[in-house]
Design a protein around this ligand. Structure first.
Ligand code: PLP
Length: 224
């Protein structure tokens, strides 16, 4: 199987899940390229894919640098350490999907204000309350969203990102998606537009639960 076949199959599955749930919803595909080389990213771009996601600032830096002649859209999806903020902002990512703490929001705001920049971001919610994961606990997600909107004017929040529960049990994964969906719904009046849920193992379920942005890595790049 090649990259093109992988992409076509993924798009077909997304499309089926989308039509089953809501014909009027547009579902965005972010190709998570953390397992991929720059050559593979370029090959997928040539198949029509534009949006890519990385979870390490250094990888994003290297790959976006190598591919800077292509009109790619870069999403950052990893845990961001304070000492990497400047490097990330220099790369002008399309969307920071993983705004995972108030402290990070304040540190971002300081630098954005200083450099007169804005940054689009999603609030990351730790919907399954897993210790290994970053993100706001569901109980404080809504108030934290409001707080960031009020106190960090250079951060443009546009929705929620979450990783499904780490288990094989569909019911539990579904529950974690439903937690995120509820929070997303409650923030629509605050301008929330993107609900980023779903990875290679659970994106069809995520779409059924309301996701309009899936982040697919292994299904696209493995065995290509
Ligand atoms: C790695 C990663 C993905 C993609 O995972 P796959 O299972 O390979 O599709 C999606 N989201 C985040 C935050 C990730 O770190």
């Amino acid at each position: 199987m090649g990259l093109n076949e992988n992409l076509i199959q993924a798009i077909e599955k997304i499309e089926k899940a989308r039509v089953r749930t809501d014909r009027h919803r547009i579902v965005r595909l972010v190709a998570v390229s953390k397992y991929a080389t720059s050559q593979e990213i370029q090959a997928l771009y040539e198949c029509g894919q534009r949006a890519f996601g990385e979870n390490k600032v250094q990888d994003l830096q290297e790959k976006s640098d190598k591919l800077n002649n292509l009109p790619l859209e870069w999403h950052f999806i990893g845990t961001l350490q304070n000492n990497k903020i400047n490097a990330l902002l220099k790369l002008k990512p399309t969307l920071l999907q993983s705004l995972h703490s108030l402290n990070l929001a304040y540190e971002l705001q300081k630098r954005l204000e200083r450099d007169n920049l804005t940054l689009k971001a999603l609030l990351q919610v730790n919907s399954a309350k897993e210790e290994s994961k970053s993100g706001f606990l569901p109980e404080i997600a809504q108030e934290s969203y409001h707080k960031i909107q009020e106190e960090c004017p250079n951060i443009k929040l546009c929705g929620i990102m979450s990783i499904g529960a780490h288990t094989q049990e569909t019911k539990i994964i579904q529950k974690s998606f439903e937690v995120s969906y509820k929070i997303f719904e409650s923030l629509k009046t605050r301008g929330a537009k993107t609900l980023s849920l779903g990875m290679s193992g659970d994106f069809e379920l995520a779409i059924a639960c309301g996701s309009n942005c899936v982040r697919l890595g292994s299904i696209l790049f493995k065995n290509a």
